[in-house]
Structures are given as structure tokens and as C-alpha cells.
Design a protein around this ligand. Structure first.
Ligand code: GLN
Length: 486
């Protein structure tokens, strides 16, 4: 029945009509995962039995006239979200055997809406990386070219959606980890406004930057999933009590009259010429639908990577101090004393990139360096956010490239952290300012997908989704499927 090719919106209609049951749909996707996951390494845990049981409950709910918004629809969770009864590794040896005593808020909300969880997706260790190569469980391969990265840190979520394991997956974005893998795998990724979605039960990397979002194949599906996840949660003190609009209803609005800002600095050197051309073509399509493009200047945007690589490690060094071998996570054997226990548990449990970040973070927060690095970075962070705010006085959203190049080869950048960090040059600004941002497939370069990034004003996810939806109605890049996974 080719159910794997369908979007959530199509599947929801099929379930409603009774063309198939959620148990049948779930089983067909579990079969695909069983056949292909070894090739991709996209999922770390497959929850087959629980999924079939949840699908049966969804079918029963529907029969009883109690179908929730996502009744019977299969999804995958990034393994950064705590799930009761199913292990949560965060891509780390530190949490190899960790079973959370509670569900993350978004896990709970999606389950309450009737979604069926097929498994948990591979990711860079503690979400630190741009290629999925820092995962303790090995890299994920890009379904478009198995020798290339699917991006990171949500590489497993993106590869799973691109390979049609599920129509949607949850993901997180601290500096680009939803948008960059979405761009590199030809999928749609949206990171909402900071504070829009609860971080309760989402393992913290850099708390002032982390946001949960989704990866799907259509903007419409992203609107459906996000609508269920978003909204105030009293268990997260940074979650904002702001009404959530009906994202799906907002898709119908036209893009006529929408003002799109083009950041001059985004098209400077560093951007692959072919990627730049695809992005410009995409902007021309959006203009042909009635939007107007305006050039905007962001004088401080070039400082976003260095600013991020002070702020994010500082916060991670504090957040990761909880992994001490005492309360949970990996514990070294035969410790001589408490100090030895701390040192060896952390030394054995964390990988190189995580250690590099903890050391950088500890350094920039130490007395004598705090003012020179951390404080300075916080000041520049405000300047960058102000650049966006000024732009949003003139435009409704900003459009540009998501990444400087298409997917690179696994192994190519792993020994050169600075080159790896530069991959996030276009995505980090939105995190520093807390703005919602999205990536939409906009073509191919050498048979590899390229993404168009859209950034919106605070709490205006609707403008992004509406623009992306209109673009997808006019183009079919998002329908293209990697050959081996058709
Ligand atoms: N690639 C960036 C980093 O390594 C962003 C990661 C993320 O968004 N989680 O920190």
C-alpha cells in the first residue's frame, strides 16, 4: 500500500476513512525499519511491542469516537527526550543504560494526542555536533548518499524521516540541530520560538538556547505536530504562557504582501555558489507567489559562531556537572575515593567533543576570564538579537541558506572542530535571539538536497509555516525520495 510514502496529513485521512488501521500502518513501518535501520543507524532503540500496543489503543479510541489530533500516527523521538520505560541515551555512553522515571512533557502530549512511537533516534552526544559523528553509538548515514553525513545533532531524526521510517520525528535545536540535518536530508525542520515548547524532560545542553521542534516532510505535518507540542508547561520555568495559534488553519493564508528580508551577509564568501543559486531560485518562487524581497543588513551576524561557542560551552559545562557517577549514568568501577569516582566516571562516560566543550566552558566561566569571554559574548549576543529585531521592523521574515554546503563526507571534518563549527554559520543567530526558524527543501546540488532557511519574529511560527506551505504547494522538492528508500 506504500503507506511509508504518505504524509501525516494523508495518513490521518486514510485512518479516518478506514482504508487501514493504525496497527497495519505501524507494522508496515516497523518492517521498513527492520529492513533498513542497519544501513542507516538512524534508530538506537526500536519500540516494536509498545508501538503495536499503542496503535491498537489508537484504533480502539477511534472506534469509540475518541480519536485525538494525531490518532494512530507513527512518530520517532530524538533520544534526548526522556521516556519512561524506554532507555534514553542522549547519544552517550554516560546514559547507555539510563531509564528515565518520567516522560518529557512533549512525549506525554504527543502520546495523549494518539501518536504512536516507533523508536528513539540516534544523535550527536548530548546534541553537540553537526554530523552525528560524536554519537557513542556511531554515525548515522545520509539516505541520499551513505558515505555522507545526515547532519547533526538530530541526524537520526532527519535520516529516519528522509528514509520514510516515519512521517515525522521530534528533534532539538541549540544552534541549528533541527534545521541543518533537515537541509542535508531534504526534509522540513522547524525550531519554534524559545519558550514555545516545554524543555521539561529534554536533556539540557545549553539551556538558554535549546528548543524542541520537529522534522517532517511537509510544512503541513510540521504544523500538526508542533501544534500538539507547543504551549505553556508549569514544569519549565522558561516556557512562555502565550496562546498557541492554530498552525494548521494558518497555512491557508496567502503569502501575498509578505515582506521577506534577505540578509546581505548571508550571500558573502563561504556559501557554495550552487547552494546560493538554489536558495535564490526559491526566493524568486516565493516572490512569484506575491511576497516582496527586501535586502536587510545584519552588521553583527558574523560574530554569531564565536559568540555561540562561548555561551553554549559555558552552559553545557554547568548542565553536565550533574553527571557525576553518583546519582545516575555511568559509574566507574572500583573507585579509590570520591574524587577518583568523579574523574573516572566522567572520563569514561563522555566522548572527546563533550569533554572539549566542558573544558572550554569551564575556562570561559573561570575567575579572571569571565569578563573577557563570557560577559563579552553575552553582550554580543544582544547585539545580534538587536540586528534581527531591527530587521523585523521592516520585514515579516528572513530567508536565506540553511547551510553553506550540501552534506559533506563522513570523516571529512571530524578532526577539525573549527571547520565543523562553521557549518552552523547561518543557523546560530536565530538561537542566540530566540527566534523561530525553519528549513525547507529547495533543490539539489550534485544529487544532494539543499535547504532554504526562514527565520521569523518571536512567536510567529505561523508566518514560517504559511510561507513554507505555499512554497511546497508550488514546488515538489520535498516529494523527492532517496532512490534506495523509495
Ligand atoms: N552544531 C552545533 C553544536 O555543535 C549545534 C548543535 C545543536 O543545535 N544541538 O553545538
Amino acid at each position: 500500500m506504500d503507506l511509508h510514502t504518505k504524509t501525516m496529513t494523508e495518513l490521518s485521512a486514510g485512518l479516518e476513512r478506514g482504508d487501514y488501521t493504525s496497527v497495519e500502518l505501524t507494522q508496515s513501518l516497523l518492517d521498513r525499519i527492520a529492513a533498513h535501520n542497519d544501513t542507516l543507524n538512524a534508530l538506537l532503540t526500536v519500540t516494536g511491542e509498545q508501538a503495536i500496543a499503542a496503535a491498537a489503543r489508537a484504533d480502539a479510541d477511534r472506534a469509540a469516537g475518541k480519536a485525538g489530533a494525531l490518532n494512530g500516527l507513527p512518530i520517532i523521538h530524538k533520544d534526548i527526550f526522556c521516556t519512561r520505560d524506554v532507555r534514553t541515551t542522549c547519544g552517550s555512553k554516560m546514559l547507555d543504560n539510563f531509564i528515565s522515571p518520567y516522560d518529557a512533557t512533549i512525549v506525554e502530549r504527543l502520546a495523549d494526542a494518539g501518536a504512536v512511537v516507533l523508536g528513539k533516534a540516534n544523535m550527536d552526544e548530548f546534541a553537540m555536533g553537526s554530523s552525528n559523528e560524536t554519537s557513542y553509538f556511531g554515525p548515522v548515514n545520509n539516505p541520499w548518499d551513505l558515505e555522507r553525513t545526515p547532519g547533526g545533532s538530530s541526524g537520526g531524526s532527519a535520516a529516519a524521516v528522509a528514509a520514510r521510517f516515519a512521517p515525522g520525528a521530534t528533534a532539538t535545536d541549540t544552534g541549528g540541530s533541527i534545521r541543518q540535518p533537515a537541509a542535508l536530508t531534504g526534509t522540513v525542520g522547524i525550531k519554534p520560538t524559545y519558550g514555545r515548547v516545554s524543555r521539561y524532560g529534554m536533556i539540557a545542553f545549553a539551556s538558554s538556547l535549546d528548543q524542541a521542534g520537529v522534522i517532517t516532510r511537509s510544512a503541513e505535518d510540521a504544523a500538526r505536530l508542533l501544534g500538539v507540542m507547543a504551549g505553556f508547561d508549569e514544569r519549565d520555568s522558561t516556557c512562555i504562557d502565550e496562546p498557541v495559534p492554530d498552525y494548521v488553519a494558518a497555512l491557508g493564508d496567502s503569502v501575498k504582501g509578505l515582506k521577506i528580508g534577505i540578509v546581505r551577509q548571508h550571500f558573502d564568501e563561504g556559501l557554495d555558489a550552487d547552494c546560493g543559486a538554489r536558495v535564490k531560485d526559491a526566493i524568486a518562487v516565493i516572490e512569484s507567489l506575491g511576497a516582496t524581497a527586501v535586502e536587510v543588513d545584519m552588521p553583527n551576524i558574523d560574530y554569531s559562531v564565536p559568540t555561540y561557542y562561548v555561551v553554549a560551552p559555558a552552559e553545557c559545562s554547568s548542565n553536565l556537572s550533574r553527571f557525576d557517577g553518583v546519582r545516575f549514568g555511568h559509574r566507574a568501577e572500583n573507585a579509590e575515593d570520591l574524587f577518583d569516582l568523579y574523574c573516572r566516571s566522567r572520563g569514561e562516560g563522555f566522548g572527546d567533543e563533550v569533554k572539549r566543550r566542558i573544558m572550554t566552558g569551564t575556562y570561559v566561566l573561570s575567575a579572571g576570564y569571565y569578563d573577557a569571554y563570557y560577559l563579552k559574548a553575552q553582550q554580543v549576543r544582544h547585539l545580534i538579537a538587536d540586528d534581527f529585531k531591527k530587521a523585523f521592523e521592516k520585514v515579516d521574515l528572513i530567508a536565506g541558506p540553511t547551510t553553506p554546503t550540501p552534506a559533506f563526507k563522513l570523516g571529512d571534518k571530524v578532526d577539525d572542530p573549527i571547520t565543523m563549527y562553521l557549518n552552523d554559520i547561518y543557523t546560530i543567530g536565530a538561537n542566540l535571539g530566540g527566534f523561530p526558524a525553519m528549513s525547507v527543501p529547495c533543490g539539489f546540488v550534485n544529487d544532494l538536497p539543499v535547504g532554504l532557511q526562514l527565520v521569523g519574529h518571536h512567536f510567529d511560527e505561523s508566518a514560517l509555516l504559511r510561507c513554507a506551505h505555499a512554497y511546497q504547494q508550488a514546488t515538489d522538492w520535498h516529494i523527492a525520495c532517496p532512490e534506495d528508500f523509495a
